[in-house]
Design a protein around this ligand. Structure first.
Ligand code: ZN
Ligand code: ZN
Ligand code: ZN
Length: 368
């Protein structure tokens, strides 16, 4: 069984509830529930819901048929009482009964509206999304989480390291992506979360997936890949490739991008705001005429979700703290021509910034 001290995480939630003046937190399946209990319940129409109040025991309602799966996690060890409801029960009425009267509650941000509105109606309580109540806790990773994310980074690095096995001109993006997906699993991930193979003009769309476009000689290719490890923690890393000789204009812009990304990784630090960290690479791209082509934030936090707090974006004025893990992924996207991005996942630790993605940041030239 897991060595994570979920009781400690629940106690942090209770502290946050009391300082926010909120009576209860309700959490349905998803990454918040996994963070608080380790229970990887499927999000289904039947209600599974953890209720945390100031009381010493938290309660989790589960459908009767999910009880064995929930019991497998031995949640009673962490002060969570699991209560099964039967097919003909009204689970929200039961949730209300076991929770007792409350005036205000927070719900996990990704709770289905069907459930959130049902809870709101039944409790007649003021409901709000948990937002920072949970994300401030989740954004500060402990040593075990940092180690899990480091392992995810090493696994995705292994895939990038072997790109020449799959990425060749004459193959379609989708063919290459299929091979990469297999390699992501072979490297130790439990699940493939995304495989972006964007060649030539497709690279100008930051979240391009993979298509039937045939990769040509001399075309820059954006490869942004990630998966989830058995630990539940994610990887996410972007590198640039080209088969044969790249266009001179691209090379000039790429050198600027690389300098900007490397500078941002070398300079990001505890105490800087998300906005300040965002400006590190952006200022360099702007000074070199690429500002208008850098159309997204510099990065996002990463943990049990690929995208979570803290966001490295001009609107985030909160300081970065020890334990934050996030991406640094500046790019440029020139419509109709090409695009590029370089992405690392980094952690802020008491010993400074640690980079989990350590394959070459150069434009890797593969044989054509
Ligand atoms: Zn993304
Ligand atoms: Zn990313
Ligand atoms: Zn990415």
């Amino acid at each position: 069984m897991s060595k994570i001290d979920y009781a400690q995480r629940l106690s942090r939630v209770r502290t946050a509830l009391s300082s926010d003046g909120v009576d209860a937190l309700f959490v349905t399946p998803g990454s918040d529930l996994r963070y608080l209990t380790g229970y990887d319940a499927l999000p289904l129409e039947r209600l599974t819901c953890l209720a945390i109040t100031s009381a010493a025991t938290a309660r989790m309602l589960v459908p009767r048929l999910e009880l064995p799966a929930a019991e497998h996690h031995e949640l009673d060890r962490f002060g969570i009482e699991v209560i099964a409801w039967d097919e003909t029960d009204d689970p929200i009425a039961l949730l209300n009964k076991v929770t007792g009267p409350i005036k205000s509650a927070a719900v996990n941000d990704a709770m289905w509206a069907q459930k959130a509105l049902g809870i709101q109606e039944s409790f007649a309580a003021h409901l709000k999304p948990a937002g920072r109540l949970l994300s401030d806790i989740r954004a500060v990773k402990d040593d075990a989480e940092i180690a899990a994310i480091a392992a995810a980074g090493a696994a995705i690095d292994e895939v990038h390291q072997n790109m020449s096995l799959w990425l060749r001109p004459g193959r379609t993006e989708r063919e290459v992506a299929r091979d990469i997906a297999e390699a992501i699993l072979a490297s130790g991930h439990q699940r493939v979360d995304f495989v972006i193979v964007a060649s030539g003009p497709n690279g100008a769309s930051p979240h391009h997936d993979s298509s039937d476009r045939v990769i040509g000689i001399g075309e820059p290719v954006v490869v942004d890949i990630g998966g989830t490890m058995p630990s539940g923690y994610c990887s996410d890393c972007t590198r640039m490739y080209v088969c044969g000789e790249p266009p001179a204009e691209f090379v000039t812009h790429f050198e600027t991008l690389k300098a900007a990304q490397v500078y941002a990784v070398a300079t990001a630090a505890v105490g800087m705001s998300g906005a300040q960290a965002d400006s590190l690479a952006r200022d360099i791209l702007e000074a070199n005429g690429l500002g208008e082509y850098f159309v997204h934030r510099t990065g996002h936090g990463l943990g049990l979700d690929t995208h979570e707090e803290p966001y490295i974006v001009a609107s985030n004025h909160e300081p970065l703290v020890v334990g934050n893990v996030f991406s640094i992924e500046p790019g440029f996207y020139i419509p109709g021509k090409f695009g590029a991005r370089i992405e690392d996942i980094v952690a802020l630790t008491t010993d400074g910034l640690v980079n989990f993605n350590n394959t070459s940041h150069e434009l890797t030239i593969l044989n054509s």
